[in-house]
Design a protein around this ligand. Structure first.
Ligand SMILES: C[S@@+](CC[C@H](N)C(=O)[O-])C[C@H]1O[C@@H](n2cnc3c(N)ncnc32)[C@H](O)[C@@H]1O
Length: 212
């Protein structure tokens, strides 16, 4: 993997910034998205490891990748504290160091907004998934309201700086569909209020996409 500079302050404050959302709606979301992961599981962009405690016995083996060295160190600590073994590797979603068709499930929560190249990342997800395997995702996406979407476009440079490269305006469900995965389940929600800065990261989407 190319040397990644990382976002020291974003990583240092991430768990504190997200704590109230984690105690609220995110705990349920993680229990559904990670908790339903089966077989050999790959989590991309694991961050500080917020999903690690949500994997169940359905997941035979969990591998997690995270490219940012500061996030990675925090994920290592959470992995060491987790009740189950989590194998961690420092890698990007665009260049997954795994053989073709090696996972039953890929988990992505709040990651496809941050990757440099969503199309390449999803082509890697398709490559490493077995036929019939699932991408289980939860992401914030581009607004379907044209005025709000335009606002997201205008705010993008500032938001990317503030949120360590996150894109507030990506039409991620379309990108997942265009990757060749079949979107089998999709549910939209607006769990954060329509006030700054949350207004930029609405709506959210939870779903399952299958490799045919
Ligand atoms: C908003 S955080 C989400 C972290 C975690 N998935 C969660 O649910 O809390 C976005 C994460 O994506 C990671 N990321 C950024 N670019 C990436 C890439 N190209 N491949 C994989 N992960 C990436 C970031 O380092 C960060 O940890």
């Amino acid at each position: 993997m190319a040397d990644v500079k990382g976002h020291r302050w974003f990583a240092a404050t991430y768990d504190r910034l997200t704590a109230s959302g984690e105690r609220g709606f995110m705990a349920t979301i993680r229990a559904e998205v990670a908790g339903g992961a089966q077989g050999r599981v790959l989590e991309i962009g694991a961050g500080t490891g917020a999903n690690f405690s949500h994997y169940t016995s359905l997941a035979e083996h969990v591998t997690a990748v995270e490219p940012d060295p500061y996030m990675y160190r925090r994920a290592e600590r959470h992995a060491a504290e987790a009740a189950r073994h989590i194998e961690l590797q420092q890698a990007s979603a665009e260049d997954l160091p795994f053989a073709d068709e090696s996972f039953d499930t890929v988990v992505s929560t709040l990651v496809l907004c941050s990757v440099s190249d969503p199309e390449k990342s999803l082509s890697e997800v398709v490559r490493v998934l077995k036929h019939g395997g699932q991408l289980r995702f939860y992401e914030h996406i581009r607004s379907s309201n044209p005025v709000s979407a335009r606002f997201q476009d205008i705010a993008l440079p500032v938001w990317r700086w503030f949120a360590a490269g996150c894109h507030c305006n990506r039409d991620t469900v379309t990108t997942i569909r265009e990757s060749g995965l079949e979107v089998a389940e999709v549910a939209y929600s607006t769990p954060v209020p329509p006030v700054p800065p949350f207004i930029l990261v609405r709506p959210h989407v939870k779903g399952i996409a299958i490799r045919g």
